[in-house]
Structure formats: structure tokens, C-alpha cells
Design a protein around this ligand. Structure first.
Ligand SMILES: NC(=O)c1ccc[n+]([C@@H]2O[C@H](COP(=O)([O-])OP(=O)(O)OC[C@H]3O[C@@H](n4cnc5c(N)ncnc54)[C@H](O)[C@@H]3O)[C@@H](O)[C@H]2O)c1
Length: 308
């Protein structure tokens, strides 16, 4: 018995990269798949509608069932159209995998309003758009939502728009999980690393090199990424996405899973640390107490000056 026999999955941005591998895997496990992809460039725009159809052809050649859908999920209309395609074609929705993404790497001083809005629209609003429309159908019989976040959400020089969107995805995920849990719908986020991405453009590597080589600071909050020579294939990420759809992960809800090649991990939820208390609430005078500053900052340093 295959894991997703009789189930229906939507996967956005599934025309290539991680989404493509997820579509192939879900279909090989019996799911009927809506392969959404507008066929855009890594920084947005474009529009090669053959991407989605190519993946559908691959699925069908392997004996699976899929339909191509080429709306942009960056708008409410697009999100609605993707969900409507699943309902019109297969009459139900069990899994919603929000995977579409774009980047526009720029320093904050150079980032235009359009750079910010376009990245937020695809990577964050687009996830809201499909969930807003799809939740009513997922609630009918239960199911799972998987939202693609990124390690860049931990903080990434030159990617403020993308970091904001991907960290927004985590908050969105935690809240939707709380809303749909009682209806048997789980909602989780994935922070992947994967080679073979159309987003692996020179500007991204420039941001990483500047952080690690010029400033000598970690690329991510507490990690110094060295993936060279390591296998971080999209099929590893797809395996985790499928696992998050399956009952194998039934206890995982409103969580984040990190996946980078050989390593898969549950991400620690944010914790309040070094707690200080003042009855009646904190005042400026209270905050000026050297003991308080010492308690909050002991052994902590500004990591990002590049002068360590
Ligand atoms: N590859 C990595 O290392 C990595 C790391 C962190 C996060 N991610 C995230 O994982 C997801 C998949 O990344 P990938 O590396 O496979 O990217 P990719 O660029 O190879 O594929 C993304 C796909 O999304 C599609 N797309 C873009 N905008 C769209 C829109 N508005 N509507 C529909 N489709 C759209 C593109 O046409 C493309 O085919 C993205 O959300 C990305 O941000 C990837």
C-alpha cells in the first residue's frame, strides 16, 4: 500500500527544483498532484508554462496522476485558482505544499520597494492566498500543510526581503497550526538547503562570501555554512516534505524541520532566556541598574561588526 493512495496534493512552484522532486515523490506514493508553476525566473517575472507540464508528463510516464496549473500564487486570485484546480479536477484536497519562491538579493540601502514587495508577495502572501482558499477543503477530512521557510530567516546579509518573508512563513505556520489543529489539519514549516536551485545565482554567493570571508561572521545565526562537496539534493528535502504530510509525523504540528543533505532536525522554538523580573513592571531607572544589564548581556557580544 502506497502512503498517499487516493489523496490529492497541491505543490506550488513544482516545475523544477525541490518542488519537482516533491511532486514526483508524492505521485509515486499514490497522490494525485496539482503541479503549480508559472515558470518564472529566480528573481521573478518570466513565464514558461511548459515547466509544470514537463513534470506532469514525467509523473504520467511513471504511471502517476497529475495536472498542470500555471497561475502565479503571488495574488489572491492565483491562490484561489490553484485550489480550484484541485477541486475541479479531483474533488478533494488533502495536502497543500507551499513551495514557490523567488529572491532579490540587495543590501537594505539598495533594496527598492518593488524588490521587497515582489519577494514578500511570492514567498509569504502567496502562502496565505492558497491556505485562505484551501483550508475549507482540508478541514473536510483532515490533511497537512507544508510551508517552505529557509535558514535565511535566521538572518542573512543582503537578503532582508527574503529573510522577512521566510521568517514570516514560520509565524504564519505556527498560527495556522493552532487554528486548524482541531480539524485534523497539521501545518509545519521546512528550512531546507539544496543544490540544483534556480535561485543559486551569483549574487547569493556574493552575500555569503562577504559575510564569511570579508567580515568573518557566520552566514546564519549560529552556523558557518560549508556545504561544498556535500550532497544536499532536492530529493532529501522532498522526502522530509512527504514525511510531514504522512501520519508518520502526526505529533509534529506548528513546528519547523531543518533539512540539509545528511542532517534532518527539529528546530528549537524561540525561548525567553536570562529572565529578569521587576514587580510593577520595568522602568527606565530599573533598566539602568547595572545588575540588569550584566544579567542580560554577560558573555554576549555584537557578532556582526566584522572586527572580532
Ligand atoms: N534550494 C535551497 O537551498 C533553498 C534554501 C532555502 C529555502 N528554499 C525554498 O525552497 C523553495 C523551493 O526552492 P528551489 O531551490 O527548488 O527553487 P527553484 O527556483 O529551483 O524553484 C522554484 C519554482 O517556483 C516557481 N515560482 C516562482 N514564483 C512563482 C509564483 N509566483 N507562482 C508559482 N510558481 C512560482 C518558479 O518558476 C520555480 O520553478 C522556495 O520557496 C525556496 O525559497 C530553498
Amino acid at each position: 500500500m502506497r502512503h498517499f493512495e487516493g489523496k490529492v496534493a497541491i505543490i506550488t512552484g513544482a516545475g523544477r527544483g525541490i518542488g519537482r522532486d516533491a511532486a514526483l515523490l508524492m505521485a509515486s506514493e499514490g497522490a494525485s498532484v496539482v503541479v503549480n508553476d508559472l515558470g518564472g525566473g529566480p528573481q521573478g517575472g518570466g513565464g514558461d508554462t511548459s515547466f509544470a507540464q514537463q513534470v506532469v508528463s514525467e509523473i504520467e510516464a511513471a504511471g502517476g496522476t497529475a495536472v498542470a496549473e500555471t497561475s502565479s500564487v503571488a495574488s489572491m486570485e492565483g491562490g484561489k485558482a490553484v485550489v480550484q484546480c484541485a477541486m475541479d479536477t479531483y474533488g478533494r484536497l488533502d495536502f497543500l505544499i507551499n513551495n514557490a519562491g523567488i529572491i532579490r538579493p540587495k543590501r537594505i540601502t539598495d533594496m527598492s520597494e518593488e524588490d521587497f514587495d515582489n519577494v514578500l508577495n511570492v514567498n509569504l502572501k502567496g502562502y496565505f492566498a492558497t491556505m485562505r482558499e484551501g483550508a475549507q477543503y482540508l478541514k473536510r477530512q483532515g490533511g497537512a500543510i507544508v510551508n517552505m521557510s529557509s535558514p535565511s530567516g535566521f538572518g542573512h546579509l543582503g537578503m532582508a526581503n527574503y529573510s522577512a518573508a521566510k521568517e514570516g512563513v514560520v509565524g504564519l505556520t505556527r498560527s495556522v497550526a493552532r487554528e486548524l489543529g482541531e480539524f485534523g489539519v497539521r501545518c509545519n514549516a521546512v528550512r531546507p538547503m539544496s543544490q540544483g536551485s534556480a535561485m543559486a545565482i551569483p549574487e547569493v554567493f556574493e552575500t555569503i562570501t562577504y559575510q564569511t570571508q570579508t567580515l568573518g561572521i557566520p552566514h546564519l545565526a549560529n552556523q558557518w555554512l560549508m556545504t561544498h562537496g556535500l550532497e544536499t539534493a532536492p530529493h532529501s528535502v522532498a522526502a522530509v516534505m512527504a514525511w510531514l504530510c504522512s501520519p508518520l509525523s502526526e505529533n509534529i504540528n506548528g513546528r519547523e524541520v531543518y533539512i540539509c543533505g545528511a542532517q534532518v532536525a527539529l528546530v528549537q522554538e524561540p525561548e525567553l532566556i536570562r529572565n529578569q523580573f521587576m514587580s510593577g513592571g520595568w522602568t527606565w531607572e530599573g533598566m539602568c541598574d547595572p545588575m540588569v544589564t550584566n544579567a542580560l548581556t554577560y558573555d554576549v557580544r555584537n557578532r556582526y561588526t566584522g572586527k572580532n
